[in-house]
Design a protein around this ligand. Structure first.
Ligand SMILES: [Zn+2]
Length: 322
């Protein structure tokens, strides 16, 4: 009995150990020996090739790429906050039984890191989306609490899905890995998807063109629109939670500074997200006169499409700030 007993971390550890034990039995299949390869092939044909993606928005793009060539499972349910999510025993089993794990990286899936490492040790292939993009880092003057490592200049921003061209880079890197690791040829689908992402980028540019230069200023729930701002020519003014994760806290000094900046910069709106306190956002809105608008930055729309997701984000920002 250790002091960890009953705590979430302790529980996950126990479940993980159990999942590894299950994986070890089935895991002969992952061995490097030729017989192991044959067993792996049998397992794959019995249940199909399994790709596990951590969160819904990235999952939508992976599904578009893979089509019917494999089963794509998303771990963090759509609508749950990937910044704060932790896996159930069943999720860990799903992870351990996957052929390939696709994750965002840059600390987005903080609650899953140890499970990923264990899955990799058990032979699950791993693809980290952020390894294949130009990573955005927090610029000087962004963020209002220099003591918080998530806001220090140079901190790496995980919200890469807010830029369709970053997602295009992810697709371009994932397609050959699907071929190499799983023997799945998605090259034709990749070409098609990459060109559709280019078209989406052009379409978003058009939608956002109605916003005057003076109003291209973003205040959000947390610092989630950095990639979007860089791609479409907006400036990050601040956030209710001035951090790259929704899980940080906001100090009263930081809120006072944000309120003053919103007034000084004539910012029209505060875009709230998953994990934003509505009471705090409403209070800042009331004090500054900025409109409080709910924006889905971490959640897919009902049709499950990345293209609808980004179009909805751009349309709401354009309609609010034009
Ligand atoms: Zn976020």
């Amino acid at each position: 009995m250790n002091s960890d007993k009953g705590s979430p971390r302790g529980l996950v550890g126990v479940l993980l150990a159990a999942a590894i034990a299950i994986g070890a039995v089935a895991g002969c299949a992952s061995g490097p020996a030729p017989s192991g390869t044959a067993a792996s092939g049998q397992a794959a044909s019995a249940r199909g090739t399994s790709i596990v993606v951590t969160y819904s928005v990235l999952g939508a793009v992976v599904k578009d790429l893979v089509g019917d060539a494999a089963t794509v499972t998303v771990l963090v349910p759509n609508g749950a906050d990937p910044h704060e999510w932790s896996p159930s025993a069943r999720d860990i089993e799903t992870l351990m039984n996957a052929d390939l794990l696709v994750e965002n990286g840059l600390g987005l899936e903080g609650g899953l890191t140890s499970a990923f490492d264990q899955a990799e040790k058990a032979g699950v292939k791993r693809f980290v989306a952020s390894d294949h993009i130009a990573v955005r880092t927090v610029g000087a003057g962004e963020g209002t609490d220099p003591a918080d490592p998530d806001q220090a200049p140079g901190a790496q921003d995980p919200h890469l899905w807010m830029d369709p061209l970053a997602m295009k880079d992810v697709v371009a890197a994932l397609a050959p890995e699907l071929q190499a690791d799983l023997g799945i040829d998605v090259s034709a689908r990749a070409t098609d998807l990459e060109s559709r992402l280019d078209q989406l980028n052009d379409r978003l540019d058009g939608i956002l063109s109605v916003v005057p230069a003076a109003d291209r200023k973003l205040v959000t729930g947390h610092e989630s629109l950095g990639y979007f701002a860089e791609r479409y020519g907006f400036t990050l003014i601040g956030a209710i939670v001035p951090s790259l994760t929704s899980q940080a806290e906001s100090s009263s000094a930081a809120l006072a500074a944000l309120t003053a900046t919103i007034v000084a910069e004539h910012v029209k709106a505060i875009f709230t997200e998953l994990g934003t306190s509505p009471a705090v956002a409403d209070a800042v809105g009331k004090e500054t006169g900025a409109q409080v608008v709910e924006l889905a930055t971490h959640t897919l729309p009902p049709d499950g499409s990345y293209f609808t997701f980004m179009t909805d984000v751009a349309t709401l920002i354009a309609d609010t700030l034009k």
